[in-house]
Design a protein around this ligand. Structure first.
Ligand code: IPE
Length: 257
């Protein structure tokens, strides 16, 4: 099948942000089951991206509030995300989906909102049917630590590995207008008009949150090969991820050129 998807598992969908270091295992198994069914029906998943949730965001927020040595913060944040990535890997593999974890701090040199990852190092695994998995991460920058979000990693990954769509699995149905109604589709060029709208239901700590940053990420990393970014609810799966991956339609928001 031409095209294919990069799937970002949003931290507020797959972790419980009210409890540090807590994976929402039943949700993750539901997502994995739908991904496996879609792949069996011919869908192509070119990459998986894991958000920080109650792992990376929690640890990064704790370190941004206290004056600890940068090396200690970097060590702890990267370790927390390695742990979450491994937990996601284990659940996906239990459903027959073989992922291979690539730590962004080891192969990306972000500049502003562009992750600048060495994606050619990743593509060989795809030939073996092992799906590359990356995650929002911390990395050394300007004598300090900085964060690269899964949002920008997903777009750059899709553009570099030849996927036509990015699917963001959130904990809300999609972009909601100020009245809470679902925006089912929106043109890329009109994203700027959405400033009062919401893209994430998750409350609380979040070092990469806010719709404005997401919009800038999309603008900075969009490429002509991309046909769209879908935002769907990853916590209410009722076959919608299968439909999205196989038939390219689902309840959610499609951002397209
Ligand atoms: C954040 O990644 C990573 C760290 C804080 C280390 P994301 O920005 O992709 O995470 P979510 O999906 O919003 O939780």
């Amino acid at each position: 099948m031409a095209g294919g998807f990069v799937i970002k598992l949003g931290g507020s969908a797959i972790t419980d942000k009210s409890k540090p270091y807590t994976v929402r295992l039943s949700i993750l198994h539901g997502i994995a089951a739908e991904m496996a069914e879609a792949i069996a029906r011919g869908a192509e998943v070119k990459g998986v991206v894991v958000g920080g949730g109650s792992f990376g965001h929690y640890v990064a927020t704790a370190y941004s509030e206290e004056k600890s040595p940068a090396g200690e913060a970097l060590s702890s944040i990267t370790a927390s995300m390695t742990e979450l990535a491994l937990a996601v890997h284990d659940v996906l593999q239990s459903h027959g989906i073989n992922t291979i974890i690539y730590p962004p701090h080891a192969f990306c040199r972000p500049r502003d909102l562009k992750p600048n990852c060495a994606w050619h190092m990743v593509s060989a695994s795809i030939e073996l049917n092992a799906i590359p998995l990356v995650y929002g991460d911390a990395y050394p920058c300007r004598g300090q630590w900085c964060i690269v979000s899964g949002d920008e990693l997903s777009l750059e990954m899709a553009c570099s590995l030849g996927a036509e769509y990015v699917a963001y699995l959130s904990d809300v149905d999609g972009i909601l207008d100020p009245r809470g109604n679902l925006v089912t589709s929106i043109e890329l060029g009109k994203l700027g008009s959405l400033k009062g709208d919401s893209i994430e239901g998750g409350k609380g700590y979040d070092v990469t949150g806010g719709i404005n940053r997401k919009l800038r990420v999309i603008q900075a990393n969009w490429c002509s090969r991309l046909k769209g970014i879908w935002i769907i609810n990853g916590t209410r799966l009722d076959g919608r991820l299968v439909r999205l991956l196989v038939e390219h339609r689902a309840r959610g928001t499609l951002i397209a050129p």
